[in-house]
Design a binder for this molecule. Structure first.
Ligand SMILES: C[S@@+](CC[C@H](N)C(=O)[O-])C[C@H]1O[C@@H](n2cnc3c(N)ncnc32)[C@H](O)[C@@H]1O
Length: 243
């Protein structure tokens, strides 16, 4: 997979691609990255990429001709082109899993007031990372890149992300490590007894409980097994009693 990032602030990506798991994956050639400076496609000697909005109003709008030239110069037949935008479709793990299969992705980072609307004619998808507004698309591009890179084969140890929140459709169960007792709170006994069947049931129950209490919306699209249905009934009863 090749990731291309089109930005006015390439320097923001230096630490991101040179730290921890992402750096190791890059060093091992598990993905390739190109951070491209949008200003090199500017048409004037001051490297302007934006202009005032038609119809008036505050702020500057990134020009369509410049973005189109940058896209054309950096895309190939199989490039998926993503535009970061608070107005885009909300990003999630399902989208990360789908994008992780792409051969090449170009992520375009906005700034100022965003883009001339006509930029949308040259992109495949507009993606928002959440219902808030950032000053620029760089953090959004990092979020998207990180979530895709960790799904590439060889980046994480085999089996590391399969139980992660959202991957299964549920939130992940609670995790513990040493010490066994801290500040009077002991690690649940079931996790200490080495009985894998009990541990699996405990984790599934806790996963369902957290999802039901915090993100019931996730359960709407989740196909419960018979075992999970029974667990959920118990969780609902418990929740009612604790009200
Ligand atoms: C200040 S924002 C522009 C906001 C725009 N005027 C609006 O209200 O929709 C500048 C840039 O930051 C990025 N951005 C801001 N919030 C984002 C979000 N929630 N998800 C993805 N990108 C975002 C986009 O690239 C956007 O073009």
């Amino acid at each position: 997979m090749t990731l291309k990032i089109l930005t006015l602030f390439p320097e923001m990506f230096t630490n991101f691609f040179n730290t921890s798991i992402i750096k190791r994956a890059l060093d091992k050639d598990l993905f390739k990255v190109e951070v491209i400076d949008l200003r090199q496609y500017s048409h004037d000697k001051h490297h302007h990429v934006d202009d005032t909005p038609y119809g008036g109003g505050k702020g500057m709008v990134i020009k369509v001709d410049i973005v189109k030239e940058a896209i054309d110069a950096n895309k190939s037949k199989n490039t998926k082109i993503l535009l970061t935008s608070p107005r885009g479709y909300k990003y999630n793990q399902q989208k990360a899993m789908a994008l992780a299969k792409e051969e090449e992705i170009l992520i375009i980072c906005g700034h100022y007031e965003g883009f001339d609307e006509r930029v949308l004619n040259y992109v495949d998808e507009e993606i928002s990372i959440g219902d808030y507004v950032l000053t620029g698309g760089e953090l959004a591009a990092m979020v998207i890149s990180d979530s895709i890179i960790r799904l590439q084969k060889g980046v994480l140890a085999e089996g590391s992300y399969e139980d992660d929140s959202f991957q299964t459709g549920l939130l992940e169960y609670p995790q513990y490590t040493r010490p066994q007792v801290f500040d009077g709170v002991e690690v649940p006994k079931v996790l200490q007894n080495g009985n894998h069947s009990e541990i699996r049931k405990y984790r599934l129950y806790e996963s369902l409980k957290l999802t039901y209490l915090r993100r019931p919306d996730l359960l709407e699209n989740y196909n419960l097994t018979k075992e999970e249905k029974e667990m959920l009934e118990k969780i609902k009863k418990e929740a009612l009693q604790n009200k």
